[in-house]
Design a protein around this ligand. Structure first.
Ligand SMILES: Cc1ncc(COP(=O)(O)O)c(C=O)c1O
Length: 453
């Protein structure tokens, strides 16, 4: 039976729910990243590193709340903090002390952050960071890197030369999309005096699926200082995960502005922009003239929402000593090594597992045809972002689910402090079985996809 047939047979309830969902949601999904053919699985409950779907199948989870759940599902301290807070109220319509504790923890871990403004999501945080950069510098242009993702809003929607549908041309032209090439960036900065800031994912596009050259972040920091341009580190995924103080701590870099979400909010909705107090001053009230000309108006019903604050505090208190990051990173490295061993055993050219600590990626059948398990960083950005040959990625995605593992879109995964060595071993076994199933049942892909060349 093919991988797709097995998947359909194992998930009748998910299929029935998806049939209904198609009448309710465009393409039947609530998030583009969860769209998968023939249908996505529907999940009913999660605990630790596990999730159970609507058909009762148990899965090792590598989505981990899109990267938010560094401590796994339902960590007892976070659950207790949220339950306590539920009893006290979910929204005060007022300032509250938890927001102060939350901000203190963030400041303690991120040395670049002097002041914080909470938002309801990561997307809102990057919107705010851009507004702040423009308000502070009085300049309109933002440099961003091709393929780096910073949320779905209009200001950063364009990440290639193509104008996304529905986007105003002027807005699209307010960003310059550049390759991750510092000579190129310097050339732009030398020629233009209207650049407010450079924003990036500090470990590379899609949380490191397209790794940055060594030292890139540090060199970019020097360059932005040289040209008097602000540096915005989007640490929405990397913050509190790569290290308690994010990629900035690991690389010894101090950004002007940092955007945060995911781990920061303990698995509940929430985000923040933090950074230099003289920049965040543009959110503060002043005299009438300042308020009219210099202040950014900012509201948001769920800014610093008490439930998110309670969860975020519980999370950051545990994450602060770096132990969960180190533990999950260690497991990530074991997983990558194990997957590459399976790739090498089968001599899969253009396939590799790689990653950065607790974040792992897989590419399958890349056109650059590198040696099994030896990622060639010259593989085009688009290809790395989509995981290589989409047909193979699709089969890996469904095949892994058939074998009890839910990789993110078949090509990435977040390890957590709740995963164990046994989970990693089971994942490697599932990967081996999936590769065998692809080899056995999908012979038509073998010649086209560098299979056992
Ligand atoms: C680097 C990065 N920035 C921003 C965002 C947007 O965050 P949110 O989904 O909370 O709006 C994401 C989401 O995945 C992200 O990965």
């Amino acid at each position: 039976m093919s991988i797709v047939e097995t998947y359909i047979r194992r998930h009748p309830r998910s299929q029935a729910l998806f049939d209904q969902a198609q009448t309710l949601f465009p393409s039947g999904v609530t998030h583009d990243g969860r769209y998968v053919t023939p249908f996505p699985i529907y999940v009913e409950r999660c605990t630790g590193a596990r999730k159970w779907d609507a058909d009762g199948n148990e899965l090792i989870d590598y989505w981990m709340g899109h990267g938010a759940l560094l401590l796994g599902h339902g960590h007892p301290s976070i659950v207790a903090a949220v339950q306590q807070q539920m009893k006290r109220g979910t929204h005060y319509g007022a300032e509250h002390e938890l927001s102060l504790q939350w901000a203190h923890l963030i400041k303690r871990l991120f040395t670049s952050i002097e002041q914080v403004r909470f938002t309801a999501s990561g997307t809102e945080a990057t919107m705010m960071a851009l507004r702040l950069a423009r308000a502070y510098t009085g300049k309109p242009i933002i440099i961003r890197f091709a393929g780096h993702y910073h949320g779905w809003h209009d200001m950063l929607a364009r990440d290639t030369d193509i104008l996304p549908v529905g986007l105003l041309d002027g807005l699209a032209r307010s960003t310059i999309v550049v390759p991750t090439d510092l000579t190129y960036v310097e050339d732009v900065l030398r020629k233009r005096s209207d650049v407010a800031a450079v924003i990036l994912e500090p470990t590379g596009a899609s949380y490191g699926a397209v790794p940055l050259p060594t030292g890139f972040l540090r060199d970019l920091r020097q360059l932005t200082w040289k040209y008097g341009v602000l540096l915005i580190c989007d640490e929405i995924v990397t913050g509190f995960r790569i290290a308690p103080g994010g990629a900035q701590q690991r690389e010894g870099v101090v950004a002007d502005l940092t955007t945060l979400a995911k781990v920061m909010a303990g698995g509940l909705p929430g985000g923040a922009v933090g950074g230099r107090a003289d920049i965040l001053k543009h959110l503060a009230f002043g005299d009438a003239e300042w308020n009219q000309k210099c202040k950014i108006r900012h509201f948001g019903t769920f800014n610093a929402a008490p439930l998110s604050a309670a969860a975020g505090i519980a999370m950051l208190e545990i994450v602060a000593d770096g132990a969960p990051c180190a533990y999950a990173a260690n497991l990530g490295e074991t997983l990558v090594a194990g997957m590459n061993a399976e790739i090498r055993k089968r001599r899969l050219v253009g396939w590799a597992a790689y990653g950065d600590g607790s974040i792992i990626h897989l590419v399958a059948g890349c056109s650059t045809g590198f040696a099994p398990g030896e990622l060639d960083p010259r593989t085009p950005t688009d290809e790395l972002k989509r995981g290589g040959d989409p047909r193979l990625v699709h089969l890996v995605c469904l095949g892994m689910i058939n074998h009890g593992v839910d990789l993110m879109r078949g090509r990435s995964g977040f390890l957590s402090a709740a995963h164990t060595s046994a989970d990693v071993a089971a994942t490697i076994a599932a990967f081996a079985a999936t590769l065998d199933a692809i080899g056995e049942h999908h012979a038509q892909l073998q010649s086209s996809a560098s299979w056992q060349r």
